[in-house]
Design a protein around this ligand. Sequence first.
Ligand SMILES: Nc1nc2c(ncn2[C@@H]2O[C@H](COP(=O)(O)OP(=O)(O)OP(=O)(O)O)[C@@H](O)[C@H]2O)c(=O)[nH]1
Length: 471
Amino acid sequence: MDTQLIIGIVIAVVLVLALVGGGGYALSRRRQISLKEQPKSTDQVTDGSQRQVDRSGGYQAGSGFSFSQGGAGSATIERPEPVKKPEPAVPEPAVPEPVVDAPSSEPEAQTPVAEEPVAEEPVVEAPVETPVVDEPTVPAEPEAEPEPEAEPEPEPEPAAPQLDEIAPPEGRLSRLRGRLSRSQGAIGASVLGLLGAGDLDEDSWEEIEDTLVMADLGTGATTTVIERLREELATGKVRTAEDARAALRSVLVEQLHPELDRSVKALPHADRPAVVLVAGVNGVGKTTTTGKLARVLVADGRRVLLGAADTFRAAAADQLQTWGERVGATTVRGKEGADPASVAFDAVSTGITEGVDVVLVDTAGRLHTKSGLMDELGKVKRVIEKKTEVDEVLLVLDATVGQNGLMQAKVFAEVVSLTGVVLTKLDGTAKGGIVFRIQDELGVPVKLVGLGEGADDLAPFEPGAFVDALL
Ligand SMILES: Nc1nc2c(ncn2[C@@H]2O[C@H](COP(=O)(O)OP(=O)(O)OP(=O)(O)O)[C@@H](O)[C@H]2O)c(=O)[nH]1
């Protein structure tokens, strides 16, 4: 037993430990991918450089959902002049904050608090644990043949629920058109029936007008649609039912401003992630939408971090975290009752440190009529902006509430400048026409629509496909 033999044993031990460590790392990476394994993963690089991990499962969402970079890098098409908004009602300093330990999600009392976020330890909930690999220690003087390292126990399968393979994002709106059938009855059958009948008398025009108003198009859009239809019919080119359909389609699509930039500003900047803030009143589908969006982004190969800034209800953060675990996104959450602005700040800071591509911040549901809660939302945004720019502020609206959704949108737009609207529950309403009104009255494009509770029931809003579904 000489020195050479001892050195040989030591080298063997070091090699075994290194192999075990490498295997554990590879395993932890694999467990982070909850979507279908792809044949060619871009993280399989040998040069040690950090590259984008492609979790797309073999396809890109690009042609289905449109993502872009916020700020200077975004290619935005000129939007119509937004409705003039009054100055924000809340002055910057001394923003009142609701009592955070209120059990209900609609606390009544508001206590003024300082502007700065409370520095709190964020609770970072990663979807999987990365095994800690200890530095191998070389025994000083091995007495005898060292015991070979025990083979590591095979890792148990991750407990996180596995989702089915994600449905391809391309053409989702067209595939989900059946879900809009209630709206379909409202506009399509009735208006087309009248238009197709040939010469229209004033009663018929009035009936068309009523139908459009009933479908929640709003008076502005309805008047324009009627005027444009009259023009089309006056040309004498509309002779058949098919012509009538084509004319109505083109007028409705025109009213939906297909030129608006509907890309979601979720692509990272050179040195920092994109930040998307999700807001809305209670129960409209904010968390579900955040989860569905994370799913599409992960499928597009993006590293996503979720910020659970709904601290009123622990269940809300749990719900978001579950989405995170399902799609392979880390969740940053605070303690129940923590300052939501602080949690949002921590989430964005963690996202920057970890070099993720996008941070999606889910906020608590708040009634637009509660000024304290609206102030709190303003504070969440301002506090994030101390760290980085907020690229996208998505307002989630429940399409089934019709008119009231518009009221909500106007108040939210005053507090946080909205950049896009997500219209959920379009599968459960005959009022699909609300899309026209929201855009007309807010000047903010509807970017996404929710057409069901399923994980893949989120679709990019496409005016042409939407109108086709209505007719
Ligand atoms: N039918 C239908 N249901 C939806 C849609 N989007 C969300 N939901 C359902 O709406 C309910 C509320 O969704 P959440 O995501 O919890 O709503 P939230 O806005 O986060 O709720 P709070 O945090 O309590 O304010 C859930 O049952 C969802 O499954 C949709 O597009 N269609």
